[in-house]
Design a protein around this ligand. Sequence first.
Ligand SMILES: Nc1ncnc2c1ncn2[C@@H]1O[C@H](COP(=O)(O)OP(=O)(O)OP(=O)(O)O)[C@@H](O)[C@H]1O
Length: 302
Amino acid sequence: MSGLAIETCGLTYHFGNQKVVDNLSLKVEKGSIYGFLGPNGAGKTTTIKILLNLLKSPADSVFIFGKDISTNRIASLKRMGALVEQPAIYAHLSGKENLYNRCILLGTPRSRAAEMLALVGLTEAADKKAGKYSLGMKQRLGIALALLGDPELLLLDEPTNGLDPNGIIEIRNLMIELTSKHNKTILVSSHLLAEIERIATHVGIINKGQLLFQGTINELQTLNKPVVEIETDAIEATLGILAAEGYTPEQIKTGTIQIPYTSKAETGRINTVLVQGGNTISSIHLVRKDLEHLFLDITKPN
Ligand SMILES: Nc1ncnc2c1ncn2[C@@H]1O[C@H](COP(=O)(O)OP(=O)(O)OP(=O)(O)O)[C@@H](O)[C@H]1O
């Protein structure tokens, strides 16, 4: 990876009196899958619209591949493809016809339509009316439309929202293929930490318009250390054994203790020690923090 596909400096946006994006400085490396993570209403869609120059404020400072979008609007937009909210699809036209229409608008050869249908796995459904597509197929058609002009950078706003598990896996695999085989850079927004952790190389976490964390997936995982959760009625005895084993157990609620996770083998060993100590363990399992708890950790003063 070299250079930045997106850089913003102090991005700020208001809807009336509400500050929706607050001093946001994003850095998206070329070739990365940048997971743009935040709860509903955090300001993700608004930020993506600013990146696409669909919304503007006087404080905007957006660089696409190193060029200021305000002075290089057309050239910058040509290098970007986007899927924001619902894909703009004509329901009465087939998938292929939807792509042909866009080819005419872009002045792209029609042959590109078949290529894009193949890339997103819609070749067999090419002649079916897009209105009859499943939600996942519509999202994939939306991505095919965004890819028609061969942009280097894709902005995908919650592309897996509302999809069933299969649909989610298909979109996930498509994003991985687009970066690994087709050299795209992807910024993908989501409100689901687990979803982003599976595919992203880099992550930006936003809440109430502010960037709380930005870094590589490894840096996020260092922050988001998993724990082993143990459920037992014999709390005192279990705490005693774990402390004797060198752990710093934490009782998080009645009957539930957490210790830092190290490995599967170590979790098994702890289970054996506890059971051999005469304790009934009703559950022992790995737990990862959800977004809400991660926010608490990030914002907690050191
Ligand atoms: N056109 C608008 N007019 C007024 N307020 C708006 C408008 N669009 C968004 N907002 C408000 O701006 C805030 C951020 O919205 P935004 O859609 O950017 O968040 P988001 O992180 O994308 O959330 P979601 O996942 O729910 O789409 C919300 O409080 C929302 O109500």
